[in-house]
Design a protein around this ligand. Structure first.
Ligand code: ADP
Ligand code: MG
Length: 780
């Protein structure tokens, strides 16, 4: 027993030690658990605090920015969206309007602008869409986070509850164990049982410990998970904080902009206000100044009014006196009129007598002038001979034959030298025109003759020379550079216009041609009709051509028409106009009739412009048939002309007018105090020298006739007949007929009697001079 007792004792001691160890273990475990639970509690506490903090932070953020800001932002974006939508609508409306207005103008800048706007709009819409999507995402995220947070809270609560329960359970068990230990202490006999129980209990405790350990582990995992979640949430929070900061910065920027715009607007308003004030002030000051001026004016007007009153008084006085004068005026007027009438009558009488005296003097002067003119003509000789040398032309050809054979005297414009067959022959005429002389210069020498026609003189201008020497050029000229014909008529027109105050003039023209001694009218309806020259049946001895048309001309256009008509008639009558014209004489007869309105004096002058046939000696070169006949006729008529001029210049009693149609027709224009000009045309070409020589000899002889009656006779008689024959077939009549002494009678042309081929008896002459005197006396 003792042994068993000891054994039991030992057992008891071991058990006691074991118990102690267990107790210690338990205590340590308890301590451990306690500290662990404390730790856990601390952790839970801090988690709770953190959670609270987080919740607070979330709620704060939500209240401050988070939800509200996002919402605000969303609202802002929605408003912006709405505004943009409206803007877009307005833009679309505008666009439609613009399109309607400018349908055809697709390429204009508005379209580009519109497309730009549309693009901008669509981009803005896209942006709004994106923002909306982002907003929805954010909202979803916030929702998720809130849900998760609630979940975590729930889980946290659960775990806390579980923990509390566990603690409760553990503390209960601890109490139980302590109680058991105490009871065991009090009942050592039951130690075995107790030990067994303890053993059982310690196994159970061990199990519980394990459980609580696993539980602890699970809780720790849970905490780790919670931490993870918390971390994620923190990250999300950071992101949302960042977004919030960005949004805040944007808002600040917008606000700053708004502030700036507002400030600007305020400034502008301020400036406008200032300007308005300034303008008002200016207007006010101006108005003041004007007002002042008006006041001053008013004052001036007032003073004027004061000074005007006495003036008015004097004016009234004057008016009254004037009224009195007006009453007396008719009487005074009648008186004055009577005396004025008397004075005027007297003056008119005086003027009349002066006029009569002047008219008498004028008529006397007219007579004197005519006398002087006649004297001048007598002194100068009323037949003059000019020479004109044409320039070398292309038609002359080239080579030595065309060399110039004519030279001039630099000191004397009446002398010309011709180099013929190596010898120089000189000629003196009244004037010589060199090749360079213009149509104008030639006409200047002729115009005095032309104007004398207006005074009632008859004038003949002949162009003489071989074919191609320039006769037609001198008489007709070219369209651009007209000759004597047109210039003479133009001069007559202007002269007649100048005298229109006192005189009535009519100018008329006829054109005729003499071919083979046949006279034809170039202005007639039947130009081929032969015309006859007849004596006037009134016994005046004057000649006339029945059927010769005469046209009245008043302008250059009229002349040109007449010339054209004449040319056409001449051309239709022949096959070769050039040839024909060189074989016939062309005459332009201009008649100028005038009436002096104051004296009743009538004048009639005739201007005969004759383009003679070519003077070349065809007959000597063996021509036959019609050509020979033509040549004979030309020679005959040119000889007759030479005879007549010769007879006239040598003042013979008999002038052989009737020897040719030409001289017969021009009889009254060659005789009496008529004037004649012979323009001898020559070619300067070497090949033409023999014809040139002939023409110049003809010219010189015609001119040299007038040398004085006695010497003339002897000189002319001494002409070598051979040379004379060489020149032309012209044989001047013998100079046996006596020359009429003194001047030819002065008479208006229509009164000049035809001398015919009989010389007038002295009785006839004296009766004629008596009639002239009578005429002059009656005409003033
Ligand atoms: P005609 O009538 O004597 O036969 P034209 O008058 O027909 O001669 O003249 C012959 C040519 O010479 C024409 O071509 C004309 O233009 C020219 N001619 C004549 N005289 C002159 C001049 N003074 N200046 C220039 N050309 C002239
Ligand atoms: Mg000609």
């Amino acid at each position: 027993v003792m042994a068993s007792m000891a054994h039991l004792q030992e057992e008891k001691l071991r058990l006691q030690e074991e118990l102690l160890g267990l107790q210690e273990k338990l205590a340590a475990q308890e301590n451990d658990e306690l500290s662990h639970s404390l730790q856990l509690q601390g952790q839970v506490e801090t988690l709770k605090a953190k959670l609270l903090e987080q919740a607070q932070e979330i709620s704060r953020l939500r209240s401050e920015l988070g939800g509200t800001d996002t919402e605000k932002h969303r609202d802002l974006l929605a408003a912006e969206n709405e505004r943009l939508r409206q803007e877009m609508k307005a833009c679309e409306g505008e666009l439609r309007e613009l399109r309607r207005q400018q349908e055809p103008c697709w390429d204009c800048t508005n379209l580009q602008e519109n497309t730009g706007l549309q693009e901008q709009l669509s981009q803005l819409q896209r942006e709004a869409e994106e923002s909306r999507a982002k907003l929805a995402e954010l909202e979803l995220e916030v929702q998720q986070k809130t849900n998760r947070l609630a979940e975590v809270e729930l889980r946290l609560k659960d775990s806390l509850a579980e923990r509390a329960e566990e603690e409760e359970r553990l503390s209960r068990r601890l109490r139980d164990s302590q109680e058991t230990i105490a009871s065991l202490k009090s009942q050592p006999q039951q130690i075995k049982y107790i030990i067994k129980t303890v053993e059982v209990e310690s196994a159970k405790a061990k199990q519980a410990l394990c459980e609580s350990q696993s539980r602890n582990q699970y809780l720790q995992e849970q905490v780790g998970m919670q931490r993870q979640v918390l971390k994620e949430m923190e990250q999300q929070l950071q992101i949302s904080q960042k977004t919030a900061a960005q949004l805040r910065a944007q808002i600040m920027m917008y606000e700053a902009e708004l502030e700036r715009a507002h400030g600007q607007m305020l400034e502008e308003m301020q400036a406008m206000e200032e300007e308005k004030n300034r303008a008002i002030e200016e207007a006010f000051s101006r108005a003041q100044v004007e007002m002042k001026a008006v006041h001053e004016n008013l004052a001036g007007v007032r003073t004027n009014l004061l000074t005007l009153q006495p003036a008015l008084r004097t004016l009234t006085h004057d008016y009254n006196s004037l009224k009195r004068q007006v009453r007396d005026f008719p009487l005074l007027l009648q008186e004055t009129l009577r005396s004025a009438r008397a004075e005027i009558g007297q003056a008119i009488e005086e003027v009349h007598s002066t006029n009569r005296e002047l008219l008498r003097k004028y008529r006397r002067e007219l007579q004197l002038r005519k006398k002087c003119h006649n004297e001048l003509v007598r002194l100068k000789g009323n037949i003059r001979v000019f020479g004109r040398v044409r320039p070398i032309t292309k038609e002359d050809g080239e080579g030595p034959e065309v060399a110039n054979a004519v030279t001039f005297d630099t000191d004397n414009d009446a002398v010309l030298h011709l180099l013929h067959k190596g010898k120089q022959v000189s000629f003196e005429l009244d004037k010589v025109f060199p090749p360079q002389a213009s149509q104008e210069e030639v006409f200047q020498e002729v115009q005095a003759l032309v104007t004398s026609c207006i005074d009632g003189y008859n004038v003949c201008i002949f162009a003489y020379g071989q074919t191609g020497a320039g006769k037609t050029y001198t008489m007709e000229g070219t369209a651009a550079n007209p000759g004597i014909n047109q210039r003479a008529l133009q001069l007559l027109f202007s002269e007649v216009r100048g005298k229109a105050a006192d005189w009535d003039y009519t100018i008329s023209v006829s054109a005729a041609e003499i071919y083979n001694e046949t006279l034809r009218d170039l202005l007639g309806k039947e130009p081929q009709e032969k015309l006859e020259i007849k004596l006037c049946p009134d016994g005046s001895g004057q000649l006339y051509v029945p059927g010769l048309n005469e046209f009245r001309v008043q302008s250059v256009e009229d002349i040109n028409k007449v010339f054209e008509f004449g040319h056409i008639n001449r051309a239709t009558e022949c096959t070769n106009l050039n040839e024909h014209s060189s074989r016939s004489h062309a005459l332009l007869i201009v008649t100028v009739r005038g009436l002096d309105r104051s004296t009743g004096l009538r004048t009639a002058g005739k201007l005969n412009l004759v383009d003679l046939a070519g003077s070349e000696r065809v007959g000597r070169s063996g021509a036959e048939g019609s050509r020979l006949r033509e040549a004979q006729h030309i020679n005959k008529s040119l000889s007759a002309l030479g005879d007549v001029i010769y007879a006239l210049r040598s003042r013979q009693g008999h002038v052989p007018f009737r020897n040719s149609k030409l001289t017969y027709l021009l009889q009254d224009s060659l005789s009496g105090d008529s004037k004649t000009l012979m323009m001898v045309q020559v070619s300067p070409a070497e090949k033409n020298t023999s014809e040139t020589l002939c023409s110049l000899k003809f010219a010189e002889r015609v001119r040299s006739v007038e040398l004085g009656p006695v010497s003339r006779k002897t000189e002319l008689a001494s002409w070598p007949s051979q040379e004379h024959l060489e020149v032309t077939e012209w044989s001047p009549v013998p100079f046996l007929v006596p020359v009429i002494p003194g001047n030819p009678p002065v008479l208006p042309p229509h009164e000049v009697p035809s001398r015919g081929h009989t010389s007038p008896s002295p009785g006839q002459l004296s009766s004629r001079t008596a009639s002239i005197r009578r005429k002059l006396q009656t005409s003033g």
